[in-house]
Design a protein around this ligand. Structure first.
Ligand code: ZN
Length: 241
């Protein structure tokens, strides 16, 4: 299943993985609140769904599913067979329960909204995410869009549904922006940057402000727009010189 509220997910510090199971692979799941947030923001449960039974006991099984999905996706991307135990676990979780049944209910304004037929338990929600992973890993078209972020040290995976298949980063604001700033700095080395201790404090402050302005200007979603901006920055630097 696709993440229903990718924008909200991104705003809350995540990224648009394109699929629920890929989003789970990025979750720390260190406390029950993190799992509640994932389930709600990814759309596994509709907003307003009561999860009164969710406590620390749910974290272990969801971490197991997360690690199992991560292993299977990594194996696909690296062109190697996954550990058999990972596939067995995924299939067991997908078969252990039916996902919660959805219901359409009418609100006071007359619109229909999605709810669940009852309060879901842990096994049903594990099955929802596990079945999403089964669907993804067995669908040749979806599988062909699987990518890992090119950011140094970044392990996030996503479905590249961009036009032309040119997406390279988990998030333009995170890894994409870091790469653009690094590229810009490599192309425009500043003679004083390597000896910060030799400059007077007020000069360092000025330079920090300038760097911040550059970083902000480089914070853009589109490489093409970036190239234009980089040219503008270069030209303004030339004029300053
Ligand atoms: Zn990344």
């Amino acid at each position: 299943m696709t993440a229903r509220t990718a924008a909200g997910w991104v705003e809350s510090g995540g990224y648009d993985a394109g699929r629920v199971c890929l989003g789970l692979a990025d979750e720390p799941l260190d406390r029950p609140e993190a799992l509640v947030r994932f389930l709600r923001v990814s759309g596994v449960v509709p907003a307003g769904t009561r999860l009164r039974g969710l406590d620390r006991r749910w974290l272990g099984p969801f971490r197991e599913l997360r690690d199992c999905v991560a292993e299977l996706v990594a194996a696909h991307l690296e062109g190697r067979p996954a550990r058999p135990a990972a596939l067995e676990l995924l299939n067991a979780l997908a078969a252990a329960s039916a996902p919660p049944a959805p219901r359409a209910v009418r609100t006071r304004s007359g619109l229909l909204v999605r709810t669940l037929s009852g309060e879901p338990d842990c096994r049903a929600l594990l099955a929802t995410v596990a079945r999403d992973a089964v669907d993804l890993l067995t669908d040749p078209a979806a599988r062909a869009l699987l990518r890992r972020c090119e950011g140094p040290g970044c392990r996030r995976c996503y479905l590249d549904t961009s036009r032309g298949g040119r997406r390279r980063w988990c998030s333009s604001e995170a890894c994409g922006n870091r790469a653009r700033v690094a590229r810009h700095r490599a192309a425009h080395p500043r003679p004083g940057r390597r000896q910060p201790e030799t400059r007077p404090p007020d000069l360092r402050q000025n330079e920090t402000r300038l760097d911040t302005r550059h970083d902000t200007r480089l914070d853009t979603r589109h490489d093409t727009r970036l190239d234009t901006r980089q040219n503008e920055i270069r030209q303004s630097e030339i004029r300053q010189d």
